[in-house]
Design a protein around this ligand. Structure first.
Ligand SMILES: C=C(O[C@@H]1C=C(C(=O)O)C=C[C@H]1O)C(=O)O
Length: 91
């Protein structure tokens, strides 16, 4: 059990960083949303999203995770688009 707790402590630290990064990323997405709204640009940019997935999946050292990282980034950007839409509506 000691090892299990040790590993959970490591996960907790990683999750703490993930939350910080998630919040920072979403706050930037809100800024992008405000800019897009002002310039009348659509929120969804398919080409950019494909690049984000490709660039980040290629960064993995263990390619066993490719398909899962792809899913992770696609979901992250889906959330990002939702936050952007809500932000624009609140302006
Ligand atoms: C944040 C943007 O808006 C959307 C969300 C993206 C993201 O979360 O990375 C990427 C492309 C767009 O579909 C953007 O255009 O950069």
């Amino acid at each position: 059990m000691a090892k299990h707790e040790e590993l959970r402590t490591e996960i907790n630290k990683i999750d703490e960083s993930l939350v910080e990064l998630f919040e920072a990323r979403m706050n930037i997405c809100k800024e992008i949303a405000a800019y897009k709204s002002k310039k009348n640009i659509k929120i969804f940019d398919k080409q950019r999203e494909q690049e984000v997935v490709k660039n980040n999946v290629s960064r993995l050292t263990d390619h066993e995770f490719d398909i899962h990282a792809e899913r992770f980034f696609k979901e992250l950007m889906k959330i990002s688009r939702k936050i952007q839409k809500e932000h624009i509506q609140s302006l």
